[in-house]
Design a protein around this ligand. Structure first.
Ligand code: NIG
Ligand code: FE
Length: 417
C-alpha cells in the first residue's frame, strides 16, 4: 500500500462526461487541494483530501509507504496517443535541408523522408529496433508519459510491417510503458508502386491487413490521406477493410494540404483524426457531429515551421481534442508531452486545463483506454505523475522545462527517488 498525502494540488481528471470530453467538460480537472491518493496492487484504492483518507482509511495508512506531496501537483500519467516510435535510424540531415529551404514533401518525393526511414528500418535487426525504441520510451517515461500509441508504417512490405508491430508487442511485455499498436501500412507509396497506388492498396488489403488482424498485432488502422500519397477514396477502402477485420480507424488527415481528410474521418466513424493543420471548416463541423476526436500535434507544426491546427476553434465548436508528440524521425522527433502541452497553450490558445485534459483523459479516449487510464479514479491503474510545480497552470506556464519529480506505473515507481 502506498499513501501519497499532502498533495498541494491533485488533478484527478475524474468525473465529467463519459467518453471523450468536449467544450466546458475539457476544463473539468476534478481538482482536490491538499489531496491524497491510496494505491494498492497497482490500482487507485481511494482519492480525496488528506483529511478524508486519513479518517476513512486509518488502519491502512498506518502501514502504508508514505510519500509527501507537499508543494507538488499530481496528475494522471500523461498519455501519448499518436507516435511512430518503433523505427530505425534518424534524419537530422533532412532537418538541416529543410532549414536550407527544401520542403518536407520534396524530400519525401525524392526518396528521402519516410522512404529513408523505411530503408533504415528494413535494414535494422529486430534487436536493433528494440534497443533504439527502448531508449525513446525511456525518454517518454522521464517526461511523465505512462502510455504510448505506436504505429507501423516504416516497412510498407509484409515482413517489415510485421517486424515493427512485433517489436512493439515485445516491448509491451518488457518496458514499463503500455504500448498500444496501430497498423499504418499506407504511410507512403513505396517507390516501386509509384503511379499504381491502387495496386499497393490491394496489397495492403489482401496481403497485410489479414495477417495483422489474425496475429492480433494491432488495434487500430491508420492511413496517410494526403495529396500525392493516398486519396480519400483509397484511404476509405483501407479503413473499411480494416474495420471489417476489427481494426478501428484513425486517419492522418489534412496535414499538408486541405484534402477532405477530416470529412472522411467523420464518414468512416474514425476514433480520431490526426494533425488537421489544414482541416476545412466543414471538416471541423463534421468531426464535432461524428464524435471523432481531433488528435492535434503542435510540435509537428512547429518543427515543420507550419501554422498549427485550429485547436481553439475546434474546442469552441464542440470537437473533443487530444494532443500528442507524433514522435517520429522526420516531422517531430520529440518525446516531450509536457512541451506539447505548452505548445497547445501557446500556439493553439488552448487553456492550461484543456491542454491537461487533452494529454490525459481525452488522449486515453483516442486509444480506447479510458476505462483503465487517463484519470485517477478508484479501480483505475495507478499511473501517476508528480510534478515540481504548485498547480496545473504553472505546469503549462513554466514552459520548455521538464518538471517531473516522480512517476508511478501501475503503482511501481519508475522515475524519481
Ligand atoms: O505524422 N505524415 C506522416 N507521417 C509522419 C511523419 C513521418 C516521417 O516523416 O517519418 C507524421 O508527420
Ligand atoms: Fe504521425
Amino acid at each position: 500500500m502506498i499513501w501519497i498525502k499532502n498533495i498541494h494540488q491533485l488533478a484527478t481528471l475524474a468525473g465529467g462526461q463519459k467518453g471523450p470530453r468536449s467544450k466546458e467538460a475539457m476544463s473539468e480537472l476534478g481538482l482536490i487541494e491538499d489531496g491524497s491518493l491510496l494505491i494498492e496492487d497497482g490500482k487507485i484504492k481511494a482519492a480525496g483530501t488528506t483529511k478524508e483518507l486519513k479518517e476513512a482509511y486509518a488502519a491502512e495508512v498506518q502501514d502504508a509507504e508514505i510519500i509527501d506531496g507537499s508543494g507538488c501537483l499530481v496528475t494522471p500519467g500523461l498519455i501519448d496517443p499518436h507516435t511512430h516510435v518503433a523505427f530505425g535510424g534518424s534524419r537530422e540531415r533532412e532537418f538541416e535541408m529543410r532549414l536550407e529551404g527544401v520542403s518536407y514533401m520534396d524530400i519525401m518525393n525524392a526518396g528521402g523522408g519516410i522512404h529513408a526511414t523505411a530503408r533504415m528500418t528494413r535494414e535494422a535487426t529486430e534487436e536493433e529496433i528494440i534497443e533504439q525504441t527502448t531508449s525513446r520510451l525511456d525518454s517518454f517515461l522521464k517526461h511523465g508519459v505512462t502510455t504510448v500509441e505506436g504505429k507501423s508504417g516504416y516497412g510498407m512490405d509484409l515482413e517489415t510491417e510485421l517486424k515493427q508491430l512485433k517489436v512493439m508487442k515485445r516491448l509491451q511485455g518488457e518496458h514499463p510503458i503500455d504500448l498500444v499498436p496501430t497498423f499504418m501500412g499506407a504511410h507512403a507509396v513505396p517507390p516501386d508502386y509509384k503511379g499504381r497506388e491502387d495496386d499497393f492498396v490491394d496489397y495492403i488489403i489482401n496481403e497485410i491487413l489479414p495477417v495483422v488482424a489474425e496475429e492480433k498485432l494491432a488495434e487500430f488502422n491508420d492511413v496517410f490521406c494526403e495529396k500525392d500519397v493516398y486519396t480519400p477514396e483509397q484511404s476509405e477502402r483501407i479503413l473499411i477493410a480494416g474495420k471489417e477485420l476489427g481494426l478501428l480507424p484513425k486517419i492522418h488527415a489534412d496535414e499538408i494540404v486541405s484534402y477532405g481528410g477530416a470529412e472522411l474521418a467523420a464518414k468512416v466513424g474514425a476514433v480520431s483524426a490526426e494533425h488537421l493543420l489544414k482541416a476545412s471548416d466543414e471538416g471541423i463541423k463534421a468531426l464535432a457531429e461524428a464524435g471523432t476526436i481531433a488528435c492535434l500535434l503542435p510540435a509537428t507544426a512547429l518543427f515543420l515551421r507550419e501554422e498549427v491546427a485550429k485547436g481553439r476553434q475546434m474546442i469552441d465548436e464542440g470537437v473533443a481534442v487530444a494532443i500528442s508528440t507524433d514522435c517520429n524521425p522526420g516531422s517531430s522527433p520529440t518525446t516531450s508531452m509536457p512541451l506539447v502541452m505548452n505548445l497547445a497553450c501557446i500556439l493553439m490558445r488552448m487553456t492550461p486545463a484543456e491542454a491537461l485534459t487533452a494529454a490525459t483523459y481525452n488522449a486515453a479516449c483516442a486509444i480506447r483506454r479510458e476505462d483503465s487510464v487517463g484519470s485517477l479514479e478508484v479501480g483505475k491503474q495507478a499511473d501517476i505523475a508528480m510534478w515540481n510545480v504548485k498547480n496545473y497552470q504553472e505546469l503549462q506556464y513554466l514552459f520548455g522545462v521538464n518538471h517531473l519529480k516522480t512517476l508511478w506505473k501501475k503503482g511501481v515507481k519508475v522515475v524519481g527517488e
